[in-house]
Structure formats: C-alpha cells, structure tokens
Design a protein around this ligand. Sequence first.
Ligand SMILES: [Zn+2]
Length: 247
Amino acid sequence: MLTSNEQLRYSRQLLLKGFSETEQLQLKQAKVLVVGLGGLGNPVAMYLAAAGVGQLILADGDSIDITNLQRQVMFHSAQVGKNKAEIAKEHLTNLNPEIDIEVIDEMLDFEQLDYYASEVDLIIDCTDNLSARYAINLACVNHKTPLISGAAIRFEGQLYIVDPRVDNYTCYECFYPKDKGEPALNCSTAGVLGPVLGVIGSMQALEAIKLLTNKPVSTNKIKIFDGLSGHWQEFNISKRTNCICKS
Ligand SMILES: [Zn+2]
C-alpha cells in the first residue's frame, strides 16, 4: 500500500492510463544501480528518484570539476572537488526523502559489479569509457540483469537496452565487439553539448521506468539521436557468433 503522502507525491503519474498503485509499488520495490553520475547519470538519477524508485545505488569515484558544470546540472559551483555520488545523494534525498539511496564513492571493479548485478533489478550504464561498458555488460549477462546503456558525444547520442531475461537477446558486445577497439574520442577531447546528454539520460530513465513496471521496451536495437537535425534512427542488432551472451 502507498501512504497518503506517496499518493500525493506521485499523483500525476498515478493519473496515467496503465500506471496504477501496482506500478508505483513496483517502482518502490525496485533496486537500481546507476554507474556514473556525470552528464547522463544526473538526469537518470534525478528522474528515477523523483518517480519513486525505492532503492538507488549511485556509483562514481570522480569528484566534481568546473568543466562538468556545463552539463552535469545537479551540481553547483560550490561543490567543485566533492565526490559526485555523495553530492548526488544529498541532492536526491532533498528531492525525495521517501527513497533509500546508497553511495559507492569509487569506480566499481569487476568483483563489485558482479556482486551488484546479482543484487539489483536493473543497471543503468552512464559511464564514459568502453572498458567500464564491457565490464558492466559482462556482469549483466552473467546474472541475467537488464542493462540500459547510454552514451553521448558532440551533438550525438545513443541508447541500447540489453535484457538477458528474454530469449535470443543481444548484448553490448554484439553491438560493439571488443576487436573494434577503443574509440579515440570522448567528451573531454571531442566535446559534448549538455542537452544532448539530457535527451539520452531522460530516455534511459523513461525506459527504466517502463522496464521496472513490466511494460515493453525495445531490445536488440540501437537508437541513435542526432541533436543537430533532431532525428532518431534505429538499427537492428543481431546476435554475434561466439559472443559472451551465447547461451
Ligand atoms: Zn552479445
């Protein structure tokens, strides 16, 4: 049962067709790991906390830098130098005191990812490097934990959902095999426009809410957003032979 305070807090989503107290309780009981509290992790964590996801685990070993403030909209100038996950917890606890938030103020190694993948209902990858993406993907494949992966650079973003609970799913390595190598560009070398991260992070949060409330989400597809034209493109991804996700 929702408390009367929760009914009021979540009243605007409880008005939605297909979103009742049942769905709100599903969110309340959900445990979600957000890896990376940067430009994607900011909107993801804010929307999930606001929507009432009951247990959020926020992982980031980085401290806030002045160059982050152009896009990481949860952070203030006075918080430069402080750990991102700690500050995010402060912000989100003020936003919604009804939920539990756990902080991991370090970069997760494979053992930690493996542990958390077995503990949570969903992992949201908001990291900015390929080695973290592969490690998160592997932990999700091993524990059949759903994964919502986002990325953005320059004016472009992408979204990819891995759901190892369904038959014939594809994983991140099916989309981007390890032998393709590390891309030379990242946000600090190629730049990124803040709202592009907002678009992709919001999409990650939206898909997370749908997934946690058992609504269909689109898997085995990469969605690419071009912020200059405003167009989305979608490409089917096939299962790669001998991929780690081979069952
Ligand atoms: Zn795969």
